[in-house]
Design a protein around this ligand. Structure first.
Ligand code: COA
Length: 117
């Protein structure tokens, strides 16, 4: 068993700007339908949640990039369980388990991923 890790931090304003300028073109390239539904349900805090998912995807990519050097954004999906805890669904790839932890405040979102192979 080998453990890989990855982390990412992002400014919420950067994601907000991309969404405002590129709209659906940006959203549909980066996020799955379920992720969009989740973030939109957060109303005026939605940019924090979009940014958190962006950071989560980057963190997972950093963790898995040695074994999976190319992957599209939507193949890494963040899903929250009933308690709010996030999980990664990695579509079409080989890792046994990927754990994620996310945090966000007004200005930044961070994520930390651990992948097990
Ligand atoms: C769940 C909790 C930790 C979230 O913390 P927060 O400071 O409100 O919010 P943060 O910005 O740091 O994190 C938000 C992210 O936490 C994650 N999260 C939510 N519930 C979670 C849970 N039960 N377990 C793990 N992660 C969780 C989510 O990914 C969420 O972001 P998302 O909605 O965009 O996916 C907090 O609401 C809570 O319940 N704290 C309990 C504290 C406690 O009992 N402490 C015991 C002593 S240490």
């Amino acid at each position: 068993m080998k453990i890989y890790c990855g982390t990412d931090i992002i400014e919420i304003a950067r994601i907000k700007k991309s969404i405002e300028e590129l709209g659906d073109r940006f959203l549909k390239k980066i996020y799955t339908e379920k992720e969009i539904q989740y973030c939109e349900s957060k109303k005026n805090q939605k940019y924090q949640h979009y940014a958190a998912r962006f950071a989560a995807k980057e963190a997972v990519f950093k963790a898995i990039s040695e074994k999976t050097p190319t992957i599209d954004w939507k193949s890494i999906e963040v899903e929250n369980d009933k308690t709010g805890k996030p999980h990664i669904i990695l579509h079409n790839k080989e890792f046994e388990s990927i754990e994620i932890s996310i945090s966000h405040c007004k200005e930044f979102a961070v994520a930390y991923a651990v992948a097990i192979l």
